[in-house]
Design a protein around this ligand. Structure first.
Ligand code: CA
Length: 234
């Protein structure tokens, strides 16, 4: 399977040149010209590598970098910058870029860096499990009792967050902030809607429910069996 690369670069000419070159080299490439658009793409698809320009029209590339790095699983990031200043290079690397290339650069140089990063970034397959619910985080696949379950990207993110915190109640606000990466003040009801969707997919058909409502707090996923109607301690 071809590695998939996301290119965030606003200079059309350079973006097309890079995209075409990488495609010719056998990679799958998506390109966008705005930071926010890039972040959206990251939510929707899995990438093996991000190529990020530092000077973007809508937001500073370093800010994009920070947001990318806040994610649990972030592919390697190669920074492109016309600035080339030592200070930017240092800032970029400090904030979690894996490599840095100053413009102008030769395409072969870029290709060499891309290949090196992809080799280094071979993903370790990460797997989360709660009872018979299994999430392959790397491949973004979910199954329960061996039956595959299709989830929308946001549903997947919420479930991943719950599973990473299994046994711990999470507030609606925490879920919103984690999954939407912003303050959805007053919109925490959206979490209830998504939890309903999730329940219909991973719990409704099974007698043993995994997602619990924690009154006054929010939600929790938990494997523990607590048969109803039985007093504690018996
Ligand atoms: Ca630019």
């Amino acid at each position: 399977m071809a590695a998939r690369i996301l290119l965030i670069e606003d200079e059309q000419r350079i973006a097309e040149l890079i995209a075409r070159g990488l495609q010719n080299a056998g990679f799958e490439v998506d390109f966008v010209s705005e930071g926010n658009r890039g972040l959206e793409m990251m939510q929707a698809r899995d990438y093996d590598l991000i190529i990020l320009d530092l000077m973007l029209p809508d937001m500073d590339g370093l800010r994009v970098l920070e947001k990318l790095r806040n994610r649990k699983l972030c592919p390697p990031i190669l920074i492109l910058s016309a600035l080339g200043a030592v200070e930017d290079r240092v800032k970029g690397l400090e904030r979690g870029a894996d490599d840095y290339l100053s413009k102008p650069f030769s395409f072969n140089e870029l290709l060499a860096r891309v290949r090196a990063l992809l080799r280094r970034g071979q993903p370790v397959r990460e797997r989360l499990q709660v009872a018979d619910l299994v999430m392959d985080v790397t491949r973004r696949k979910v199954s329960r009792g061996g039956q595959p379950i299709e989830l929308a990207p946001k549903e997947f993110s919420i479930l991943e967050f719950l599973m990473r915190n299994a046994g711990r109640p999470l507030t609606r606000t925490a879920i919103v902030e984690h999954v939407w990466e912003m303050d959805y003040d007053g919109l925490t009801n959206i979490v209830d809607v998504y939890i309903r969707h999730l329940r219909s997919k991973i719990d409704d058909r099974w007698p043993h429910k995994l997602i619990r409502t924690v009154r006054g707090i929010g939600y929790m996923i938990d494997a523990g069996e607590k048969p109803a109607g039985k007093p504690a301690g018996t």
